[in-house]
Design a protein around this ligand. Structure first.
Ligand code: ADP
Ligand code: 5GP
Length: 208
């Protein structure tokens, strides 16, 4: 395994269950750390600054962009969202895998810059279940729910850019699948570069 950690990008339509899944995955396995994003959207009930998001004004967010403090950023349904760079770099250097729970434009930017990132897309078992979950969560107005469902329709067109899709039907099964997929993805030669380079160097020495 390479000494530095890898980026694990998790995307999925609003209401699919990404937040719920991430919480369970992190409780169950200490292999991962979750990046806390900055956003200009208002906190939902129970959300804490610095825990769920760093809540920023538009001006503060634009300053972060200008100062190069974000690894990626995107606009989603009228708000900015972005990944603070310093935390991610520090954790990767410590050898930890860092999970970015981000939308599709940000995910594609990460993929372009970090070809060894692991891209997972979580889907609901059906479109109807998605609507039920989003409405059942009860955190958005009906108008925002409709905007997010429309956005899901657009996002669905980009799923083939991801490495894996994971169906969030039974939560427990889904968490286990996610962990197993990430574990297996680490065996790709893309993510064992340091080891392969060492091995190649050793083989070269035979030629001397
Ligand atoms: P996201 O972070 O993708 O927007 P949430 O984690 O907030 O979604 O989940 C949306 C709603 O669906 C929540 O009310 C959550 O409790 C519920 N939920 C999540 N996963 C499941 C599941 N596997 N089965 C049933 N309900 C789920
Ligand atoms: P929510 O408002 O439901 O918390 O998040 C809305 C969308 O923004 C979700 O798809 C979520 O994954 C995405 N998101 C959260 N943080 C970031 C981020 O730092 N960058 C990007 N590009 N998207 C993010």
């Amino acid at each position: 395994m390479d000494k530095h950690g890898h980026l694990i990008v998790v995307s999925g339509f609003a209401g699919t269950g990404k937040g719920t899944l991430m919480k369970l995955l992190l409780e169950r396995y200490d292999d991962y750390v979750l990046s806390v994003s900055a956003t200009t959207r208002a906190p939902r009930e129970g959300e804490q600054d610095g825990v769920h998001y760093f809540f920023k004004t538009k001006e503060e967010f634009e300053q972060m962009i200008a100062a190069g403090e974000l690894l990626e950023h995107a606009q989603y349904v009228g708000n900015y969202y972005g990944t603070p760079k310093a935390f991610v770099d520090a954790k990767k250097a410590e050898g930890r895998d860092v999970i970015l729970e981000i939308e599709i434009q940000g995910a594609l930017n990460i993929k372009a810059e970090y070809p060894d990132a692991i891209l997972l897309f979580v889907v609901p078992p059906s479109a109807q279940v998605l609507r039920q979950r989003l409405e059942g969560r009860g955190t958005e107005t009906q108008e925002v729910i409709e905007q997010r469902l429309k956005r899901a329709c657009e996002e669905a067109e980009g799923i083939e850019n991801y490495d894996y899709i994971i169906v969030n039907d039974d939560l427990d099964v889904c968490v286990e699948q996610m962990h197993q997929i990430i574990k297996a993805a680490h065996f790709s030669p893309l993510r064992r570069r340091e080891f392969l380079n060492q091995l190649r160097q050793g083989l070269q020495d035979f030629k001397k």
